[in-house]
Design a protein around this ligand. Structure first.
Ligand SMILES: *Cc1c(COP(=O)(O)O)cnc(C)c1O
Length: 441
């Protein structure tokens, strides 16, 4: 980490007077270089809205705002209130997490691995001690990158990506190298391209599957190709699976740890998305390492977890109930709704010539859409598009440039169909007004 610097305002001695100027207290200079966060840009855009129209947010994703997504969900709050009445919750939880909660995560991941196991490979069995509970997946990301970091090292990240990885790398002093997700290949990457980016200072590769922001779900074959690369480079795969199981359109979710026999995998998960309790701030990282090459990493994780503390004890105590099989109906409902939402949004977008979606999303709650800025008056970038759309139509979208992809926008689709249709109608009017070669010509 970079040293603390002192930023001082110029101090001049005015001919013997005793006036002293205030001296600014310095702070970590790396923070000023951290890439703009999605939240920061969203706040800026929010302030531009047309006051005559209520805002429809296709920006950051939190479907918990809409009750239809919570249909069939058992009252998680009950498990929480009983946790609060137990004496456990006043105490510190053990640094790596409450044992029943770690066991519940281990059993959950083992179950998913068994479900998609192929006959020739014995599925990896996750044990309780492989699981570390964190304050959301966000803390897990920071922990993993801090643990793996070394001076001059680099980490391979997907582009378009998830900006938290960029800032975690910057803070840890790790270089970022981007492998492209290709819209023409259903957002899978070119393995040759990934290999060409790596060198002997490559520390890890990050794989987000199902993918935010593209909405892709990677095939088992593609995950296998990535595992082969990691095996050849002798590096771990950081598998961000916070959307694990949130797939549709006839595809299935294969956890990266299915290939842990080839290369070690550090799986990151969270209750935030699939279980829709983002406010609980409960996530995990799981060391899937059948060959034992992550022994040092495991010890380092233990050291760091002993320094930090994880989620609140009461929240941890509720984990076994939240992860139980009793919630299958709720998950099925969410997936079915998300599939309908994706269809609704894609159908609406088809009517807009200047917006192009290469393939329908097959997972997560997001999709990327290309904006043909050359055909829109007064719009030269994705940021212009997002700003003008907000000013005129109060529709909030995430400009692709903050995710590494210029002239694209990210759309969140976890909204009721009515709102998605309204958003599409507003985008249609907006683009019609701005089109240079409008269809009347
Ligand atoms: C939302 C999200 C996270 C963060 O999850 P929290 O548990 O809310 O911290 C991490 N990775 C991806 C890809 C996400 O979309």
């Amino acid at each position: 980490m970079a040293p603390i610097s002192q930023v001082s305002t110029e101090e001049k001695n005015n001919g013997g007077t005793t006036a002293t100027k205030t001296k600014m207290i310095g702070c970590n200079p790396v923070l000023w270089e951290v890439k703009s966060s999605i939240r920061g840009v969203m706040d800026e855009l929010q302030a531009l809205s047309n006051t005559e129209k209520t805002v429809i947010s296709l920006g950051t994703g939190d479907p918990t705002a809409y009750p239809q997504f919570l249909g069939g969900r058992p009252p998680f709050i009950d498990s929480l209130s009983s946790a609060f009445t137990s004496s456990l919750t006043d105490s510190y939880a053990p640094s790596f997490g409450l044992p029943p909660a770690r066991r519940a995560v281990a059993e959950h991941l083992t179950k998913v691995l068994k479900l998609c196991a192929r006959s020739e490979v014995v599925p990896f069995h996750v044990s309780d001690s492989d699981v570390f509970l964190t304050s959301g997946a966000t803390q897990a990301i920071h922990l993993v990158i801090t643990i793996l970091s070394s001076a001059g090292g680099n980490i391979l990240l997907p582009r378009p990506g998830f900006p938290l990885y960029d800032s975690a790398c910057d803070l840890a002093g790790v270089r970022r190298r981007y492998y492209d997700l290709l819209p023409s290949r259903r957002w899978e990457a070119d393995p040759t391209h990934i290999r060409s980016l790596a060198d002997d200072r490559t520390l890890a590769i990050v794989v987000i599957n199902p993918n935010n922001p593209s909405g892709a779900t990677f095939s088992a074959h593609h995950l296998f190709q990535i595992a082969e690369i990691a095996r050849d480079l002798n590096i771990p795969i950081i598998a961000d699976e916070v959307y694990g199981g949130m797939v549709f359109g006839g595809v299935s979710f294969v956890p990266m740890a299915s290939f842990a026999h080839l290369a070690p995998v550090i799986t990151i998960g969270s209750l935030a998305k699939r279980w829709m309790v983002p406010g609980w701030r409960l996530g995990w990282l799981v060391i899937c390492d059948p060959q034992g090459t992550l022994q040092r990493v495991r010890e380092a994780t233990e050291i760091l977890m002993n320094l930090y503390s994880g989620p609140a004890s009461a929240i941890q105590a509720a984990v076994p109930t939240v992860l139980s099989d009793a919630n299958e109906k709720f998950h099925e409902n969410v997936v079915m709704l998300l599939e309908l939402c994706a269809e609704t949004l894609c159908r609406g977008l088809e009517k807009i010539e200047v917006l192009r979606c290469y393939c329908r999303p097959q997972g997560s709650m997001f999709m990327m859409v290309e904006v043909d800025t050359t055909r829109l008056l007064g719009i030269e970038s994705d940021m212009d598009f997002a700003k003008e759309l907000m000013k005129e139509e109060s529709v909030l979208v995430v400009p692709g440039s903050i995710l590494g992809l210029k002239n694209w926008v990210r759309l969140f689709f976890g909204l009721p169909a009515g709102l998605l249709n309204d958003a599409c109608d507003r985008m249609i009017s907006f683009c019609k007004r701005r089109m240079i070669n409008s269809w009347q010509v």
